[in-house]
Ligand binder design. Structure first.
Ligand SMILES: *[C@@H]1O[C@H](CO)[C@@H](O)[C@H](O)[C@H]1NC(C)=O
Ligand SMILES: [Cu+2]
Length: 235
């Protein structure tokens, strides 16, 4: 009976912490419609995460080669606020970030973002103190927003939004990556030189301390969350 009750409680817990997708780009204070500008992802029914950070899926998690051409390209002003809305409350504790890559020849090209061309523009790490441990202020939100850097050059880009959920990240391949890539055309940009540049896959290793981590039992001498990937480009 004990085993049954445990299994039932576990199933119930998994129901209330359902998985999610990021189908909606937020632009000009408007939540756009599902997959209007975001490349439809392979998990659009299952909502399941990417768990292999070395896979091609870690880039944009597209359903197939038509995902790019079926989504539109949103015009976005540099310096404006954009974001992603999930199809569900994001019940898992995790780390959020956003990346851009120039997209050639256009944001809806399948070849966009294949090289070492991505730079991080925003992140939201859990805070930490010795008395509280890791604190995930971002838990249970349904959307996240951030600014397109003012100095980014105008042009076609992919905007990659991500949450790395860390609730079962204590074993290799346990972290759950939720990903969406919006196709955008940045206007009114500047003449900054974005960097450091990384590729997807390539930016993360399965053993990065921000990816392979037991958030409920931190190692001795822990001093705070170490975000995976490059530093945020300061514009
Ligand atoms: C956002 O607003 C700008 C003008 O400020 C406009 O050019 C652009 O088309 C708008 N983008 C979307 C996706 O509505
Ligand atoms: Cu999950």
């Amino acid at each position: 009976m004990k085993g049954f009750a445990y299994a039932f409680a576990l199933a119930a817990a998994q129901l209330v912490t359902a998985h999610y997708t990021f189908p909606d780009l937020i632009v000009n204070n408007t939540v756009t419609t599902d997959w209007q500008y975001v490349r439809i992802t392979a998990n659009h029914y299952s909502q399941g995460p990417v768990t292999d950070v070395t896979s091609q899926a870690v880039r944009c998690y597209e359903l197939d080669s038509t995902s790019a051409t079926q989504a539109g390209i949103a015009t976005v002003a540099a310096g404006s606020t954009v974001g992603f809305k999930a199809d569900n409350t994001m019940g898992h504790p995790g780390y959020f970030s956003a990346y851009l890559t120039p997209a050639s020849p256009a944001a809806n090209s399948n070849d966009a973002g294949l090289g070492k061309t991505w730079f991080k523009i925003w992140e939201w790490s859990p805070s930490w103190s010795a008395s509280t441990g890791l604190v995930f202020d971002s838990e249970n939100i349904q959307q996240f927003t951030f600014t397109i850097p003012k100095n980014v050059p105008s042009g076609q880009y992919l905007l990659r939004g991500e949450q790395i959920a860390l609730h079962v990240a204590s074993t290799t391949g346990g972290a759950q990556l939720y990903i969406g890539c919006a196709q955008i055309n940045i206007v009114n940009g500047g003449n900054g030189s974005p960097g450091p540049l990384v590729s997807f896959p390539g930016a993360y290793s399965p053993t990065d301390p921000g990816i392979l981590i037991n958030i409920y039992n931190l190692p001795a001498g822990y001093t705070g969350y170490q975000a995976p990937g490059p530093a945020v480009w300061q514009g």
